[in-house]
Design a binder for this molecule. Structure first.
Ligand code: AMP
Ligand code: MG
Length: 302
Protein backbone atom coordinates (compact mmCIF):
# COMPACT_ATOMS: atom_id res chain seq x y z
CA UNK A 1 0.00 0.00 0.00
CA UNK A 2 3.06 2.19 -0.40
CA UNK A 3 3.03 3.64 3.09
CA UNK A 4 4.26 3.15 6.65
CA UNK A 5 2.03 1.34 9.07
CA UNK A 6 2.20 1.02 12.84
CA UNK A 7 0.11 -1.37 14.85
CA UNK A 8 -0.14 -1.03 18.63
CA UNK A 9 -2.35 -3.57 20.30
CA UNK A 10 -2.92 -4.90 23.77
CA UNK A 11 -2.55 -8.58 22.95
CA UNK A 12 0.07 -11.17 22.09
CA UNK A 13 2.88 -11.34 19.53
CA UNK A 14 0.72 -13.87 17.65
CA UNK A 15 -2.15 -11.37 17.45
CA UNK A 16 0.23 -8.85 15.95
CA UNK A 17 1.64 -11.35 13.47
CA UNK A 18 -1.83 -12.33 12.28
CA UNK A 19 -2.77 -8.67 11.83
CA UNK A 20 0.39 -8.10 9.80
CA UNK A 21 -0.27 -11.20 7.68
CA UNK A 22 -3.77 -9.97 6.90
CA UNK A 23 -2.42 -6.63 5.64
CA UNK A 24 0.28 -8.31 3.55
CA UNK A 25 -2.33 -10.65 2.06
CA UNK A 26 -4.49 -7.68 0.99
CA UNK A 27 -1.44 -5.82 -0.30
CA UNK A 28 -0.60 -8.80 -2.52
CA UNK A 29 -4.10 -8.68 -4.00
CA UNK A 30 -4.35 -4.92 -4.48
CA UNK A 31 -0.92 -3.61 -5.49
CA UNK A 32 -1.40 -2.28 -9.02
CA UNK A 33 2.36 -2.21 -9.62
CA UNK A 34 3.04 -5.82 -8.63
CA UNK A 35 2.82 -8.18 -11.61
CA UNK A 36 1.72 -11.00 -9.33
CA UNK A 37 -1.20 -9.15 -7.75
CA UNK A 38 -4.80 -9.96 -8.61
CA UNK A 39 -5.55 -6.36 -9.53
CA UNK A 40 -2.58 -6.27 -11.90
CA UNK A 41 -3.89 -9.39 -13.64
CA UNK A 42 -7.40 -7.96 -13.92
CA UNK A 43 -6.02 -4.69 -15.31
CA UNK A 44 -3.89 -6.54 -17.86
CA UNK A 45 -6.48 -9.03 -19.10
CA UNK A 46 -9.73 -7.10 -18.52
CA UNK A 47 -11.39 -10.20 -17.13
CA UNK A 48 -10.67 -12.39 -14.12
CA UNK A 49 -12.11 -14.78 -11.60
CA UNK A 50 -11.38 -13.09 -8.33
CA UNK A 51 -10.10 -14.25 -5.01
CA UNK A 52 -12.98 -13.94 -2.46
CA UNK A 53 -11.36 -11.06 -0.59
CA UNK A 54 -10.70 -9.15 -3.79
CA UNK A 55 -14.31 -9.68 -4.87
CA UNK A 56 -15.48 -8.36 -1.51
CA UNK A 57 -13.37 -5.19 -1.54
CA UNK A 58 -14.26 -4.56 -5.18
CA UNK A 59 -17.98 -5.01 -4.45
CA UNK A 60 -17.87 -2.66 -1.46
CA UNK A 61 -15.85 -0.12 -3.48
CA UNK A 62 -18.37 -0.14 -6.33
CA UNK A 63 -21.21 0.49 -3.88
CA UNK A 64 -19.30 3.45 -2.46
CA UNK A 65 -18.54 4.89 -5.93
CA UNK A 66 -22.29 4.82 -6.63
CA UNK A 67 -23.18 6.20 -3.21
CA UNK A 68 -20.66 9.00 -3.73
CA UNK A 69 -21.99 9.76 -7.19
CA UNK A 70 -18.67 9.21 -8.96
CA UNK A 71 -16.68 11.70 -6.86
CA UNK A 72 -14.93 8.47 -5.91
CA UNK A 73 -14.15 6.44 -9.02
CA UNK A 74 -11.85 3.44 -8.80
CA UNK A 75 -11.35 3.49 -12.59
CA UNK A 76 -9.43 6.81 -12.39
CA UNK A 77 -6.11 4.92 -12.46
CA UNK A 78 -4.98 5.70 -16.06
CA UNK A 79 -5.46 9.42 -15.34
CA UNK A 80 -3.54 9.22 -12.05
CA UNK A 81 -0.80 7.42 -13.97
CA UNK A 82 -0.75 10.01 -16.77
CA UNK A 83 -0.04 12.76 -14.23
CA UNK A 84 2.94 10.68 -13.09
CA UNK A 85 1.65 9.88 -9.62
CA UNK A 86 2.49 6.18 -10.01
CA UNK A 87 5.96 6.44 -11.56
CA UNK A 88 6.71 9.74 -9.72
CA UNK A 89 7.84 11.07 -13.07
CA UNK A 90 5.39 13.96 -12.78
CA UNK A 91 4.05 15.94 -15.72
CA UNK A 92 1.03 18.04 -16.71
CA UNK A 93 -0.66 15.89 -19.37
CA UNK A 94 -1.67 17.01 -22.80
CA UNK A 95 -5.35 18.06 -22.67
CA UNK A 96 -6.46 15.86 -25.58
CA UNK A 97 -4.74 12.86 -24.07
CA UNK A 98 -6.55 13.52 -20.79
CA UNK A 99 -9.93 13.69 -22.52
CA UNK A 100 -9.20 10.40 -24.27
CA UNK A 101 -8.27 8.70 -21.01
CA UNK A 102 -11.36 10.10 -19.29
CA UNK A 103 -13.57 8.20 -21.74
CA UNK A 104 -12.52 5.02 -19.97
CA UNK A 105 -13.18 6.37 -16.49
CA UNK A 106 -16.58 5.22 -15.30
CA UNK A 107 -17.06 2.78 -12.44
CA UNK A 108 -20.57 1.98 -13.79
CA UNK A 109 -18.99 0.03 -16.63
CA UNK A 110 -17.23 -2.41 -14.29
CA UNK A 111 -19.02 -5.72 -14.21
CA UNK A 112 -18.82 -7.82 -11.06
CA UNK A 113 -20.89 -10.97 -11.22
CA UNK A 114 -20.33 -13.36 -8.35
CA UNK A 115 -16.58 -13.79 -8.35
CA UNK A 116 -15.95 -12.70 -11.92
CA UNK A 117 -15.00 -9.18 -12.91
CA UNK A 118 -14.86 -7.67 -16.36
CA UNK A 119 -13.56 -4.30 -17.49
CA UNK A 120 -14.22 -2.61 -20.80
CA UNK A 121 -11.26 -2.16 -23.14
CA UNK A 122 -8.83 0.45 -21.84
CA UNK A 123 -10.18 0.56 -18.28
CA UNK A 124 -7.87 -0.09 -15.33
CA UNK A 125 -8.59 -0.04 -11.61
CA UNK A 126 -6.87 1.29 -8.51
CA UNK A 127 -8.27 0.76 -5.04
CA UNK A 128 -5.73 3.11 -3.46
CA UNK A 129 -8.45 5.40 -2.13
CA UNK A 130 -10.11 2.63 -0.12
CA UNK A 131 -7.55 -0.15 0.45
CA UNK A 132 -6.19 1.10 3.77
CA UNK A 133 -9.70 1.49 5.14
CA UNK A 134 -10.67 -2.00 4.01
CA UNK A 135 -7.46 -3.36 5.56
CA UNK A 136 -8.38 -1.60 8.83
CA UNK A 137 -11.81 -3.29 8.82
CA UNK A 138 -10.19 -6.67 8.23
CA UNK A 139 -7.56 -6.28 10.92
CA UNK A 140 -10.19 -5.09 13.42
CA UNK A 141 -12.25 -8.16 12.60
CA UNK A 142 -9.43 -10.70 12.99
CA UNK A 143 -8.24 -9.06 16.20
CA UNK A 144 -11.72 -8.98 17.66
CA UNK A 145 -12.15 -12.71 16.90
CA UNK A 146 -8.96 -13.26 18.89
CA UNK A 147 -10.30 -11.28 21.84
CA UNK A 148 -8.21 -8.11 21.39
CA UNK A 149 -10.17 -5.23 22.95
CA UNK A 150 -7.76 -2.33 22.80
CA UNK A 151 -5.35 -0.95 20.25
CA UNK A 152 -4.52 1.72 17.77
CA UNK A 153 -3.72 0.88 14.16
CA UNK A 154 -2.12 3.51 11.99
CA UNK A 155 -2.32 2.29 8.42
CA UNK A 156 -0.60 5.21 6.72
CA UNK A 157 -3.00 7.98 7.68
CA UNK A 158 -6.03 5.75 8.16
CA UNK A 159 -6.19 5.24 11.89
CA UNK A 160 -8.38 2.73 13.69
CA UNK A 161 -9.14 3.12 17.38
CA UNK A 162 -10.04 -0.27 18.83
CA UNK A 163 -12.03 0.08 22.05
CA UNK A 164 -10.59 2.42 24.67
CA UNK A 165 -7.10 2.85 25.98
CA UNK A 166 -6.38 0.32 28.74
CA UNK A 167 -6.91 3.23 31.17
CA UNK A 168 -10.54 3.30 29.88
CA UNK A 169 -10.02 6.74 28.36
CA UNK A 170 -10.85 7.26 24.68
CA UNK A 171 -7.99 7.22 22.16
CA UNK A 172 -6.78 10.59 20.93
CA UNK A 173 -5.97 10.69 17.22
CA UNK A 174 -3.94 13.56 15.81
CA UNK A 175 -4.70 15.20 12.46
CA UNK A 176 -1.59 16.12 10.47
CA UNK A 177 -0.65 19.75 9.91
CA UNK A 178 -0.39 19.97 6.10
CA UNK A 179 2.41 22.52 6.39
CA UNK A 180 4.43 20.47 8.82
CA UNK A 181 3.48 16.82 8.75
CA UNK A 182 5.51 16.08 11.87
CA UNK A 183 2.91 18.10 13.86
CA UNK A 184 -0.79 17.75 14.51
CA UNK A 185 -3.05 20.77 14.21
CA UNK A 186 -5.72 19.05 16.24
CA UNK A 187 -6.96 15.75 17.58
CA UNK A 188 -10.18 13.81 17.92
CA UNK A 189 -11.05 11.59 20.84
CA UNK A 190 -12.79 8.40 19.87
CA UNK A 191 -13.38 4.74 20.54
CA UNK A 192 -14.21 2.04 18.01
CA UNK A 193 -13.93 4.44 15.09
CA UNK A 194 -11.81 4.71 11.97
CA UNK A 195 -10.33 8.11 11.24
CA UNK A 196 -9.11 8.60 7.65
CA UNK A 197 -7.44 11.69 6.25
CA UNK A 198 -6.96 12.73 2.63
CA UNK A 199 -4.81 15.74 1.92
CA UNK A 200 -3.24 17.57 -0.98
CA UNK A 201 0.04 17.67 0.98
CA UNK A 202 0.41 13.87 0.90
CA UNK A 203 1.62 13.68 -2.70
CA UNK A 204 1.98 16.53 -5.15
CA UNK A 205 4.32 18.25 -7.56
CA UNK A 206 4.79 21.83 -8.66
CA UNK A 207 5.19 23.19 -12.15
CA UNK A 208 5.36 26.85 -13.12
CA UNK A 209 4.46 27.83 -9.58
CA UNK A 210 1.29 25.73 -9.54
CA UNK A 211 0.74 22.78 -7.26
CA UNK A 212 -0.88 19.57 -8.54
CA UNK A 213 -2.05 17.01 -5.97
CA UNK A 214 -2.66 13.26 -6.26
CA UNK A 215 -6.42 13.39 -5.75
CA UNK A 216 -8.16 13.77 -9.10
CA UNK A 217 -11.63 15.02 -9.94
CA UNK A 218 -13.00 12.15 -12.09
CA UNK A 219 -15.28 14.60 -13.90
CA UNK A 220 -12.38 16.66 -15.29
CA UNK A 221 -9.26 14.49 -14.91
CA UNK A 222 -7.61 17.43 -13.11
CA UNK A 223 -6.03 17.37 -9.65
CA UNK A 224 -8.45 18.83 -7.14
CA UNK A 225 -7.99 22.56 -6.71
CA UNK A 226 -11.00 23.72 -4.72
CA UNK A 227 -9.30 25.34 -1.74
CA UNK A 228 -9.46 22.20 0.42
CA UNK A 229 -6.22 21.17 2.06
CA UNK A 230 -7.27 18.18 4.15
CA UNK A 231 -10.38 16.20 4.98
CA UNK A 232 -10.62 13.79 7.90
CA UNK A 233 -13.60 11.45 8.16
CA UNK A 234 -14.62 9.62 11.32
CA UNK A 235 -17.03 6.67 11.07
CA UNK A 236 -17.63 3.09 12.23
CA UNK A 237 -16.30 1.60 8.98
CA UNK A 238 -12.75 1.80 7.65
CA UNK A 239 -13.59 1.49 3.99
CA UNK A 240 -16.28 4.13 4.38
CA UNK A 241 -14.01 6.61 6.19
CA UNK A 242 -11.31 6.08 3.56
CA UNK A 243 -13.69 6.37 0.59
CA UNK A 244 -15.38 9.43 2.06
CA UNK A 245 -12.19 11.30 2.92
CA UNK A 246 -11.11 11.04 -0.72
CA UNK A 247 -14.56 11.84 -2.14
CA UNK A 248 -15.30 14.77 0.21
CA UNK A 249 -11.90 16.19 -0.70
CA UNK A 250 -13.00 16.15 -4.36
CA UNK A 251 -16.43 17.61 -3.49
CA UNK A 252 -15.10 20.56 -1.51
CA UNK A 253 -16.83 22.17 1.47
CA UNK A 254 -20.31 22.96 0.15
CA UNK A 255 -21.00 19.62 -1.48
CA UNK A 256 -19.36 17.75 1.39
CA UNK A 257 -21.67 19.51 3.83
CA UNK A 258 -24.74 18.70 1.69
CA UNK A 259 -23.69 15.07 1.46
CA UNK A 260 -23.19 14.89 5.23
CA UNK A 261 -26.62 16.41 5.85
CA UNK A 262 -28.36 14.11 3.37
CA UNK A 263 -26.84 11.14 5.18
CA UNK A 264 -28.31 12.13 8.51
CA UNK A 265 -24.86 12.72 9.96
CA UNK A 266 -23.93 9.01 10.17
CA UNK A 267 -20.28 10.05 9.93
CA UNK A 268 -18.34 13.16 10.93
CA UNK A 269 -15.67 15.16 9.20
CA UNK A 270 -13.05 17.83 9.81
CA UNK A 271 -12.17 19.92 6.75
CA UNK A 272 -9.31 22.42 6.57
CA UNK A 273 -9.07 24.89 3.72
CA UNK A 274 -6.16 26.94 2.44
CA UNK A 275 -7.31 30.08 4.28
CA UNK A 276 -6.88 28.32 7.62
CA UNK A 277 -10.62 27.86 8.17
CA UNK A 278 -11.61 24.66 9.88
CA UNK A 279 -15.05 23.08 9.48
CA UNK A 280 -16.14 20.43 11.96
CA UNK A 281 -19.44 18.55 11.94
CA UNK A 282 -21.38 18.84 15.16
CA UNK A 283 -21.22 15.13 16.03
CA UNK A 284 -17.46 15.34 16.67
CA UNK A 285 -17.24 18.98 17.80
CA UNK A 286 -17.00 18.17 21.53
CA UNK A 287 -14.35 15.53 20.87
CA UNK A 288 -12.14 17.73 18.69
CA UNK A 289 -9.34 19.77 20.22
CA UNK A 290 -7.24 22.33 18.38
CA UNK A 291 -3.55 21.99 19.28
CA UNK A 292 -1.81 24.83 21.10
CA UNK A 293 -0.20 27.41 18.80
CA UNK A 294 -2.76 26.90 16.01
CA UNK A 295 -5.22 29.72 15.49
CA UNK A 296 -7.45 28.26 12.80
CA UNK A 297 -10.94 29.73 12.63
CA UNK A 298 -13.29 26.99 13.85
CA UNK A 299 -16.73 26.57 12.32
CA UNK A 300 -19.19 23.95 13.54
CA UNK A 301 -21.46 22.48 10.85
CA UNK A 302 -25.00 21.72 11.97
P1 AMP B 1 -6.55 8.70 -0.40
O1 AMP B 1 -5.13 8.87 0.06
O2 AMP B 1 -7.30 7.65 0.35
O3 AMP B 1 -7.31 9.97 -0.48
O4 AMP B 1 -6.48 8.10 -1.88
C1 AMP B 1 -5.84 8.80 -2.90
C2 AMP B 1 -5.39 7.84 -3.97
O5 AMP B 1 -6.54 7.32 -4.66
C3 AMP B 1 -4.58 8.55 -5.04
O6 AMP B 1 -3.20 8.45 -4.77
C4 AMP B 1 -4.98 7.86 -6.31
O7 AMP B 1 -4.23 6.68 -6.50
C5 AMP B 1 -6.41 7.47 -6.07
N1 AMP B 1 -7.39 8.51 -6.46
C6 AMP B 1 -7.17 9.81 -6.75
N2 AMP B 1 -8.33 10.45 -7.01
C7 AMP B 1 -9.32 9.52 -6.88
C8 AMP B 1 -10.73 9.56 -7.02
N3 AMP B 1 -11.40 10.68 -7.31
N4 AMP B 1 -11.41 8.40 -6.82
C9 AMP B 1 -10.77 7.26 -6.51
N5 AMP B 1 -9.44 7.16 -6.36
C10 AMP B 1 -8.72 8.29 -6.53
MG1 MG C 1 -9.28 7.51 0.90
Amino acid sequence: MDTFMKLDIYGSEDDLKIAENEICHLDRLLDTTNENSDIYKLNETGSATLNDDFAKVLGESLELCAELDGYLDISIYPVVEEWGFISRDYKVPDHKRLLKLLKNVNYKKISLDGGTAELPEGMRLDLGAVAKGFAADRVISVLSQRGVKSGILNLGGTVAAIGDKPSSKAWKIGICDPENTASYFGSVQCRDKIVATSGSYERYFEENGKRYCHIIDPKTGMPVDNGTVSVTVISDSGIKSDALSTALFVMGLDRAREYWKSNGGDFDFVLLNESGELYITEGIADDFKLSESYDFEMNILK
